[in-house]
Design a binder for this molecule. Structure first.
Ligand code: FAD
Length: 253
């Protein structure tokens, strides 16, 4: 059964950000095509049983390897094992990608200002989108809002700057807005729904949400996703259905 649905891939590199956060790359089989924002299903074989979890792709659809950004849940069936991953280890990869958190889902309004709001590893699909040239071509303003608990958890900051330098050459209006919820000295440190309700997020961005122009994606912690969605609805934005509307979301658990 497994051999039909999965291929076996090799781990190529590992980067540890904190005790509970790491990234890894693996080989990409030629058949595995995906759109920025989609997720893969990755498996580990444990005592003859395959444990599988969803993982957003960090890499761009054009990269030669597949990159992922992972939490470590100490008692988690998958990540308590995945955290011990080494270069050359084998992982199972389901042959097809999944998911609808892609920019193609936004038909109306037409692309203009794009807000990408992540908590923790929910950053992953947005890194993929930001490495896709179409994203930079289609939007005039891009706001990447990345909420973590501590500054040490702000992974990929150098990469975000590199991406902006290489993809956003002709798009000066890119704003990277970190939020550090356990650091009261951070410029932004409240939860995302609060920052929307009190207007601080738009103030820092220098840009207001607009029913006629805004596309906004939320990814990560389901409580953040739900509360933020409600705060945005109160501002008049609507869920994207059948291509129409402002808000698209993905919950990680
Ligand atoms: P689980 O039994 O799966 O989860 C146990 C608990 O851990 C959850 O109830 C929740 O409280 C917490 N938890 C789970 N995932 C996270 C997380 N990412 N951050 C913080 N707390 C968490 N996880 C990633 O690390 N990176 C990804 O790119 C990613 N992409 C996902 C995409 C989709 C569409 C979905 C549905 C989930 C995604 N996840 C991602 C979550 C991932 O599938 C697993 O839940 C996670 O790897 C933990 O697996 P586990 O078996 O160790 O614990």
């Amino acid at each position: 059964m497994t051999s039909e649905k999965f291929t076996v891939e090799k781990v190529l590199s590992i980067q540890r950000w904190t005790d509970n956060l790491f990234s890894f790359t693996m080989t990409r089989p030629a058949h595995f095509k995906f759109s920025a924002g989609q997720f893969a299903r990755i498996g580990i074989m444990v005592d003859g049983e395959l444990i599988v979890r969803a993982y957003s792709l960090v890499s761009s659809p054009y990269d030669e390897v597949l990159e992922f950004f992972s939490i470590v849940v100490p008692d988690g069936a998958f990540t308590s094992r995945l955290q011990h991953l080494k270069v050359d280890d084998e992982l199972y990869l389901e042959k097809i990608p999944y998911g609808f958190l892609t920019l193609a889902r936004f038909q109306q309004p037409a692309p203009q200002d794009l807000w990408l709001l992540a908590t923790g590893t929910g950053l992953a699909p947005f890194l993929s989108m930001l490495q896709d040239f179409d994203t930079w071509k289609n939007y005039q303003q891009i706001f990447l809002v990345y909420s973590v608990r501590t500054a040490a958890e702000l992974a990929y900051v150098d990469k975000i700057q590199d991406i902006h330098a290489s993809f956003g050459e002709n798009t000066p209006d890119f704003h990277f807005i970190p939020v550090i919820t356990r650091d009261s000295n951070a410029i932004l440190h409240e939860r995302l729904p609060v920052l929307i309700q009190n207007g601080q997020l738009e103030k820092i961005a220098g840009h207001a949400f607009n029913l006629e122009t805004t596309h906004i994606m939320l990814c990560g912690n389901p409580q953040m996703v739900d509360d933020t969605k409600e705060a945005l609805k109160q501002r008049g934005l609507v869920m994207n259905r059948r291509g129409v509307g402002n808000i698209a979301v993905e919950n990680y658990w």
